[in-house]
Design a protein. Structure first.
Length: 195
């Protein structure tokens, strides 16, 4: 069975995704439509009835994925603005914004809820986080820079990309992830001891 299907139709899901996502007004109408289709496809292929039911991670299932995604987009846009103002970095919103909004696109397909806890789906034993999202983005026709950055963004990926967007995503994601972990009483990445 295919792990996901591309869904360009579900109008009620499109509306909910458009209302949820921060940053859609920063990209072109065509990019906005592709970003919404990507999230609608992940949601429609997942076991979740609502966006609010999707967990950020099995370690912190009470933090909603929908909050984390907007946390990362806002933090990433702030960091990119800082880098452009202070260091002369060139920011292309048509590359940065989809990477920020879509970096965790595959989580609804990889995590499953069991009552108050969450665990991993069968698909999570077949492909790593980031790679499934990248496959979906490739199928949807996103640029290689978006596909490759999402594919390699996970903290346990073998390496991260060299692009400016990969650098911004790394710090925005960890900053936001640590907030989510601390909000759930978990040890954040920045305080983990080396063993
Ligand atoms: Fe991630
Ligand atoms: Fe993330």
């Amino acid at each position: 069975m295919e792990p996901y299907t591309i869904d360009r139709s579900s109008n009620w899901r499109r509306e909910a995704v458009e209302q949820w996502l921060f940053g859609l007004d920063l990209v072109s109408p065509a990019m906005r439509a592709d970003i919404v289709t990507a999230w609608v496809s992940s949601w429609a292929s997942s076991p979740y009835e609502t966006l609010a039911g999707m967990p950020f991670t099995p370690d912190a299932p009470d933090y909603p994925l929908m909050s984390h995604v907007n946390d990362v987009t806002r933090a990433g846009i702030d960091l990119a603005h800082r880098a452009a103002t202070d260091w002369g970095a060139t920011v292309d919103p048509e590359v940065l914004v989809p990477i920020l909004i879509l970096h965790d696109l595959d989580k609804p397909l990889l995590y499953v809820r069991n009552g108050d806890t969450a665990g991993y789906s069968k698909l999570a034993e077949e492909l790593p986080h980031g790679v499934v999202g990248a496959m979906m983005l490739k199928e949807l026709g996103f640029a290689h820079s978006v596909v490759s950055t999402v594919a390699t963004h996970a903290t346990n990926a073998p390496f991260h990309g060299r692009g400016f967007e990969a650098y911004v995503l790394y710090y925005a994601d960890l900053f936001a992830a640590d907030h989510a972990l601390m909000a759930c009483g978990k040890v954040p990445f920045y305080r983990r001891r080396k063993s």
